[in-house]
Write a protein that binds this ligand. Structure first.
Ligand code: MGD
Ligand code: MGD
Ligand code: SF4
Ligand code: MO
Length: 754
């Protein structure tokens, strides 16, 4: 018998609503949900392959526990016993920081990943926290923290209303967008052009997005901060800076103009390889457009000046009066955001409250750089304890972080490791216990994170589309039990974790004079919560306390879980609206245009004015049918153009004597890898491109399709030493490499031998 069920797609940040076809408890089809309030029927090839992703036969069905060196299937009880027995002695003997936590990208795509890791980290009291954010968007968090006082307050381009979009280091036609949740990003870009707006793309590659643009500038990798600084300089120089209506909420304009004085278009032109007149035109067009938005992503973050580039993106939005206005870049307001408090000075954003043990990297947002994980495990120091036990949730850093070889060895040396992961892959193969979550169709979905980054305010929740298979445990329960086992409460009822969070949250809310529940009895409020289980009750609580909530009766028309469940295609909450100054949490209560840590980093950018790489530099790329490191095991999503090849420009190929399709050796500071060359003028001269997430050739994994065509791990070319200093973010783009045809390598070796 066939039926359908709704499910928000968890496979990228676009959060499309899907209609799944279900036969005998299995997903046999997926199409776009035309009634979805946000995605209106859009679907991409990944979403269409939801069934194949869901039913991959290599997904683990039962927990694995290492016995006599070998991972064997075990019961859940045995698995959590082993977790408690592995972690508690390390924490008790060596202190809380000896237990590390690694959180990977899929946590932002699951209900469990949103609700339990904060409880886990708090309960452990560890400072050894490493996440995918420091190989991704940490620079944006830091720039937002400094500008607005809140690291999670990230302006989003108003795609549907803007007249002018400047897109930097992003390729939404392949990625479907990031830090800008927009189902059908491609369609929204086409609509922008159709209504007479302009799209400019800055990318060293002529991407599919660049091909859609009015103008594409193939910048030299790693130099966007210089370009943006020169654009800001031009706005000041030509009297084009105009803060508009938000001016009273912004400070530091004069100091900013002075700080950027050296960054003239002429001064940056050589480094960026963009002519000065072109830079002035970019600035003038931005200022002249009725509304405009500057948006930067991976290519602007994972570079040596990632925080400065991220800061300058918003500086340009501010200087052209586009921050916080329709058509510009605005702050979304999600349904699970906290109750808005009145505007006023806040506590500000602090960096470097503690440091990593080995190389003394400052923490950012409570995290240490993922690039430092290996050394925090394998390098003893006089003070402090190495990480000896590790909890990895939805993370594959052996492939996604720099120098996987070293990390691979470091993970093998741990006293204990547990992975919450559906696959036995390059990272989880080191675990002593693997706890597999159910496939997505058996899990609920709500976008806690992406709704705070969406181009339209809306809210959707989908319950599991199919019931849990026998022997499965919900990922929310897995993580709740993991919290208990890791924090000395092994065996307690997992519902106690949710009850504790609800208790604490409501306790705080009733004491908050700005909360709609101020002065009420938390017990009574807890009794009003609905939902089938702890996580649903927590969602209900957040919705009811949130900006659209019913305030537990204060606004009878407000949002509750019950109301949301009555709208299976979601509830539209309207277009983005101006919010300043309310969400600002800086000490001044204003937008701080030139925060001190930024000013202190500018001399480093000034030094970059004279830098020119002598050889080739490497950048990454994504493919529409990929998803970081974990989707190469689905046959429907591999093959064709989705291959791990090295793109290089015909002129470079000729100079190096490389033919199309020939294997080439690529060498970087961290090691070397081999991949077939793909000669294409889609990359600029001097730049080569290799995608990430490949290198599935390690022993002891259980990802058969991926292992058959493993590709090469681009991150082996990095040694983990290149970071953006303010954010601790890894430098993954604009990295110097050497490339040679493999035949030439053989000759060289032969020469060396004779
Ligand atoms: N060179 C280079 N390196 C990069 C990047 C780049 O552009 N270039 N991009 C970086 C970026 S932006 C990111 S976000 C990281 C991503 O890197 P990671 O954070 O490592 O994320 P993924 O590779 O997406 O998947 C991690 C793991 O999650 C598991 N998983 C999948 N679904 C679930 C689930 O529902 N629950 C649980 N518990 N586990 C699940 C997968 O099996 C996999 O083992 O890679 C980074 N690495
Ligand atoms: N299909 C697919 N979709 C995905 C993912 C995936 O792996 N596959 N991953 C998801 C994740 S975790 C994330 S974070 C997002 C990322 O979303 P995007 O940021 O859109 O990711 P990319 O497609 O890697 O685009 C980055 C672009 O930056 C360019 N670039 C590299 N270096 C520089 C530079 O120095 N300057 C400039 N201006 N450009 C540069 C690259 O050529 C590339 O085209 O995608 C998400 N969506
Ligand atoms: S665009 Fe992203 S969210 Fe939408 S169907 Fe594709 S993978 Fe899923
Ligand atoms: Mo990412």
């Amino acid at each position: 018998m066939s039926r359908t069920a709704l499910r928000v797609c968890p496979l990228c940040e676009a959060t499309c609503g899907l209609t799944l076809t279900i036969e005998d408890g299995r997903v046999t089809g997926a199409r776009g949900d035309r009634d979805d309030v946000f995605s209106k029927g859009f679907i991409c090839p990944k979403g269409a392959a939801f069934g194949a992703v869901d039913s991959d036969p290599d997904r683990l069905r039962a927990p694995l526990v290492r016995v006599d060196g070998e991972l064997r299937e075990a019961t859940w009880e045995e698995a959590f016993d082993a977790v408690a027995a592995g972690i508690r002695p390390v924490a008790e003997r060596h202190g809380p920081h000896a237990v590390g936590v690694v959180l990977g990208n899929p946590n932002v795509h699951t209900v469990a990943g949103a609700l339990y890791p904060p409880v886990l980290i708090g309960g452990l009291g560890t400072r050894s926290l490493f996440t995918a954010s420091t190989v991704d968007q940490m620079p944006k968090h830091v720039s937002s923290g400094l500008l607005f006082g809140d690291a999670n307050l990230i302006p989003v381009p108003d795609l549907d209303r803007t007249d002018h979009l400047l897109l930097i280091g992003a390729n939404p036609l392949e990625s479907n967008g990031s830090l800008c949740t927009a189902p059908d990003f491609p369609g929204r870009l086409k609509a922008l052009r159709a209504r007479g707006g302009t799209l400019t793309v800055i990318d060293p590659r002529r991407t599919r997005t660049a091909r859609l643009a009015d103008r594409h500038l193939a910048i030299r990798p790693g130099t966007d901060a210089l370009l943006l600084a020169a654009m800001a300089h031009t706005l000041f120089d030509e009297g084009l800076a105009d803060l508009g209506e938000r001016a009273p909420h912004i400070r530091g304009q004069r100091e900013l103009a002075a700080a950027l004085a050296d960054f003239t278009p002429e001064a940056v032109s050589g480094a960026c390889d963009i002519d000065a007149a072109g830079i002035r035109t970019l600035a003038r067009e931005l200022a002249a457009a009725p509304t405009a938005a500057v948006y930067g992503r991976i290519g602007s973050c994972t570079v040596p000046h990632g925080t400065l580039a991220s800061w300058l993106v918003d500086v340009l939005n501010v200087l052209t009066g586009n921050l916080d206005r329709p058509g510009g870049a605005l702050f979304p307001q999600a349904a699970t955001d906290r109750t808005p408090r009145p505007a006023g000075p806040g506590r500000g954003f602090a960096l470097g409250r503690w440091h990593s043990r080995v190389r003394r990297h400052p923490e950012a947002k409570g995290e240490l750089p993922l690039s430092a994980l290996a050394e925090e495990i394998d390098t003893p120091t006089d003070e402090g304890e190495p990480v000896r036990a590790l909890i990895a949730v939805a993370a594959n850093p052996v492939l996604s972080a720099p120098d996987g070889e070293r990390l691979d060895q470091a993970l093998g040396s741990l006293d204990f490791m547990v992975s919450v992961d559906p696959y036995l892959n390059e990272t989880s193969r080191h675990a002593d216990v693997v706890l597999p979550p159910p496939p997505p169709a058996q899990s609920p979905h709500h976008d806690f994170a992406f709704n705070t980054l969406a181009v339209r305010n809306q809210v959707r929740y989908t319950r599991p589309a199919v019931p849990l298979e026998p022997g499965r445990m919900a990922e929310t329960e897995i993580l709740a039990r993991l919290v208990l086992a890791a924090t000395g409460m092994h065996g307690a009822d997992p519902a106690a974790v949710d009850a504790m969070v609800i208790d604490q949250t409501l306790g705080k809310a009733v004491r908050d004079p700005h909360s709609p529940v101020h002065g009420r009895d938390p017990q009574e409020l807890a009794g009003l919560l609905t939902g089938e289980n702890g996580p649903e009750r927590r969602l209900d609580m957040m919705l009811r306390l949130g900006p659209y909530g019913d305030g537990f009766g204060a606004d009878p028309d407000g949002l509750t879980l019950d109301r949301l469940l009555a709208h299976p295609h979601g509830i539209d909450l309207g277009p983005l609206r101006p919010r300043l100054p309310q969400p600002l949490k800086t000490r001044s209560g204003q937008v701080e245009l030139l925060p001190e840590p930024i000013a202190a980093d500018l001399p480093r950018l000034r030094a970059a004015l004279d830098e020119r790489p002598d050889g080739l530099v490497l950048v990454g790329r994504r493919h529409l049918r990929s998803n970081n490191s974990w989707m190469h095991n689905v046959p429907a999503l591999t093959g064709g153009s989705n291959r791990c090849t090295l793109h290089l420009h015909p002129d470079d190929a000729e100079r190096l004597g490389v033919r199309d399709g020939q294997p080439v050796r690529i060498k970087g500071a961290g090691g070397e890898v081999t991949a077939p060359a793909e000669v294409t003028d889609a990359v600029r001269r001097g730049v080569v491109s290799l995608p990430h997430g490949w290198g599935h050739d390690r022993p002891g994994t259980r990802i058969r399709h991926a292992a058959a065509d493993p590709g090469a791990n681009v991150n082996q070319l990095l040694d983990g030493s290149l970071l953006d200093p303010l954010s601790g973010n890894a430098v993954l783009n604009g990295v110097p490499v050497e490339v040679a045809p493999v035949a030439a390598v053989v000759t060289e070796t032969f020469d060396a031998l004779t």
